[in-house]
Ligand binder design. Structure first.
Ligand SMILES: [Fe+2]
Length: 391
């Protein structure tokens, strides 16, 4: 057995309608005022109004910052931080996908460290959060509600940077499937595939262990059983609930065992070309899984059995193991196609120089060393070439 440690200190509720309890929960923590951090799309979808209603019911004063961009920027963090500093809020409530939650985490990091945000990319944030951080995800994908990191884009340098620290775990995460019913099909699909990427990368990373495997396997099983249904009928609350559970479990899995090549390659696409995180991951996942397959065939064969993709396999026979493992790669490819994920990144034209820079950024990405198979510059080039148009 591989030894492990586990620490996710977030009070987690996964339940339809649970957003109604936000005000009461915050009151129990002595909170009397809150800044809601979100984006205009989430406001339009009617999610923020439910948050506001719950805060109003408990007499909690609130304001809204709705300027978060799809790949949240340093400017977004600084604007939200200025609102918190000027108004002395007792809580920051992130309502949205990973972008809103990561922005709120970065605000907390600035409140602790009181420094230039760029100083936080190279060291751990250490200290006690002086404000209650609440995550209310409105997509089933990111898992950010149960992780200790925030990914922020430096727009000028066109790179994504990561802020990390145990103090960045949200104190409360209210995962309410009802908030995801209005998600468009394309976002349901790409964020759901992001969750599957978290599950598969957490399961196959070099740092995977018994606990992360348990979370990742069940998350993958739920996603294979429910993502098609959630995309087909957004109001299917059972499918939405299972996707929410899966996304949070996959988030916990990668929070403890890490990620791999898909995320290492997806982050530069977000930083340089503003490709949404879920889209970049979902396009890359089948190619990267195929690349890694022979290095993790025994684990994938077991997953194949759990997912019902094979009736069984001979543990002593490498061909039998390989066939079961390849079935997972094929199933991921089919799921991706069934929910409408394209084979390539669309509407992005990359120059030769940008292509070289992308590969360079992916090579430096902190997720790459844990990938189960070493990926060289040539391997990354070959994989990017499969999904990008180079001018
Ligand atoms: Fe992700």
């Amino acid at each position: 057995m591989i030894p492990f440690r586990f620490h996710v200190p977030t009070r987690l509720v996964v339940e339809a309608g649970c957003i109604g309890s936000l005000g009461t929960m915050l009151s129990k923590y002595g909170v009397t005022s809150a800044l809601i951090v979100t984006d205009s799309g989430v406001v339009k979808a009617g999610c923020v109004i439910k948050v506001v209603a719950s805060l109003d019911d408990s007499g909690i004063r609130h304001e809204v910052y709705d300027g978060v961009e799809q790949n949240p920027t340093e400017e977004n963090v600084e604007e939200a931080y200025a609102m918190v500093s000027q108004n002395g809020f007792g809580a920051v409530v992130a309502v949205g996908g990973g972008s809103a939650i990561d922005t709120a985490k970065a605000v907390v990091a600035l409140m602790i460290e009181k420094c230039d945000i760029r100083e936080l990319y190279t060291r751990e944030v250490v200290g006690k959060a002086p404000i209650t951080l609440v995550a209310v995800p409105t997509t089933a994908g990111t898992g950010s509600e149960v992780t200790r990191s925030a990914v922020i884009t430096n727009k000028k340098a066109r790179v994504k940077e990561t802020i990390r620290g145990d103090c960045l775990y949200p104190k409360i995460a209210l995962v309410d499937p009802e908030l995801t019913v209005s998600l468009p099909k394309s976002i349901t699909a790409s964020t759901g595939m992001d969750a599957l990427t978290h599950a598969i990368e957490a399961y196959t990373t070099r740092n995977a262990h018994a606990l992360s495997d348990a979370l990742a396997i069940e998350a993958a099983r739920l996603i294979f059983g429910n993502l098609r249904k959630a995309v087909k009928d957004g109001s299917d609350i059972e499918a939405r609930s299972n996707m929410c559970a899966a996304s949070t479990m996959a988030g916990m899995a990668f929070s403890i065992s890490g990620l791999g090549m898909v995320h290492a390659m997806a982050e530069p696409l977000g930083g340089k070309f503003n490709v949404p995180h879920g889209v970049a991951n979902s396009v890359l996942l089948p190619y990267c899984l195929s690349y890694n397959c022979d290095a993790v065939s025994v684990k994938l064969a077991f997953l194949s059995k759990v997912l019902g993709l094979c009736s069984g396999y001979d543990e002593e026979d490498s061909e039998s193991i390989e066939a079961a493992a390849v079935a997972v790669v094929e199933a991921v490819r089919k799921l991706s196609a069934d929910v409408g994920i394209p084979h390539r990144i669309q509407k992005v034209k990359v120059t030769k120089k940008e292509f070289t820079d992308l590969v360079g950024d992916a090579l430096k990405n902190s997720c790459l060393p844990a990938n189960p198979k070493k990926a060289s510059r040539e391997d990354l080039k070959r994989t990017y070439a499969l999904i990008l148009d180079v001018e």
